[in-house]
Design a protein around this ligand. Structure first.
Ligand code: SF4
Length: 283
């Protein structure tokens, strides 16, 4: 079992905030979009009466409180929902908040802001809104053709980007401008999880990766394992397991994405042990 399997700090905080509200006063409480990319957690919250809402579906007469998820939201949307009479509960990850703050600071101090990240990702859309009108988004995978940059450039990074992408961007930018200010806003959680998973792959015959099929970071883990030629299976819950996957396997590794709850991971572990394994400590 990977030590870092499951919720990261920011997701745990957001889930704790949400379930805490569910216990106390859930009447008219909604999340702005699914609070995390995990269908089972969303299903549990629905049972508790807390439903995800799209921006366009907010009915002011029904909403008493709206929870913002870890990725954060654009500042104009924040201002809009804050002025409509219902409570706004901000569960944006503090690390994402920090990146938003740096983007705003750079823009205020006359830097053209470059955001390294995926243009369509909600976290990046939020960052763009803080970064001034001449901000640009650069995807780490796309060859960099940066033209017409201002003489002062500031860089902030989507928290889940790999550090190599930042190095590539920086080496291109320093050849083009006089002044570069970099805020390394990459969150170490993702990198450490990937590193640990990579190390596990060298010691096991089968890797089971647990998490939502719609979770980008879980899919990233599964792709990493598969690229290392380990038999890899990506499942959402223990019901997705198949006994035949473990035929001839001596050791099985389990890891999970940042949005996978502990109860699902433990269930998967138990089922794999039932299928034929035993954990190294004999339990
Ligand atoms: S991966 Fe890092 S930045 Fe993203 S929610 Fe988790 S702790 Fe926050």
């Amino acid at each position: 079992m990977a030590k870092r399997a499951g919720f990261c700090f920011g997701v745990k905080r957001a889930i704790d905030i949400t379930f805490d509200i569910a216990e106390k006063d859930k009447e008219g409480v909604f999340t702005l979009g699914p609070i995390i990319h995990n269908p089972q957690v969303i299903g549990r919250l629905k049972k508790e009466g807390i439903l995800p809402l799209d921006v366009g579906d907010i009915d002011d007469s029904k909403v008493r409180a709206l929870i913002i998820r870890t990725h954060g939201i654009p500042c104009d949307l924040y201002d809009n929902i804050s002025s409509r009479g219902f409570r706004v509960i901000d569960a944006t990850c503090p690390f994402v908040k920090k990146a938003q703050e740096y983007a705003r600071l750079l823009a205020e101090n006359g830097y053209q802001v470059i955001i390294l990240g995926e243009k369509e990702h909600p976290e990046v859309k939020g960052l763009v809104s803080y970064a001034g009108s001449d901000a640009i988004v650069v995807d780490g995978d796309v060859p960099l053709k940066l033209k017409g940059l201002k003489s002062k450039v500031g860089i902030v990074v989507q928290t889940t980007q790999p550090v190599d992408a930042l190095k590539r961007l920086l080496s291109t930018v320093i050849e083009k401008v006089k002044e570069v200010k970099v805020y390394n806003t990459i969150c170490s959680s993702t990198a450490l999880r990937l590193k640990e998973t990579q190390q596990m792959c060298g010691r096991v015959d089968v890797m089971v990766v647990v998490g939502g099929k719609n979770s980008a970071n879980t899919t990233q883990l599964a792709n990493l394992c598969a690229s290392l030629n380990v038999r890899t299976y990506h499942i959402e819950t223990a019901d997705g397991l198949d006994d035949s996957w473990f035929e001839g396997a001596g050791r099985v590794g389990i890891t999970a994405g940042a949005s996978t709850p502990d109860w699902i991971i433990r269930d998967v572990e138990k089922r794999i042990q039932d299928i034929g394994g035993k954990s190294p400590n004999g339990k």
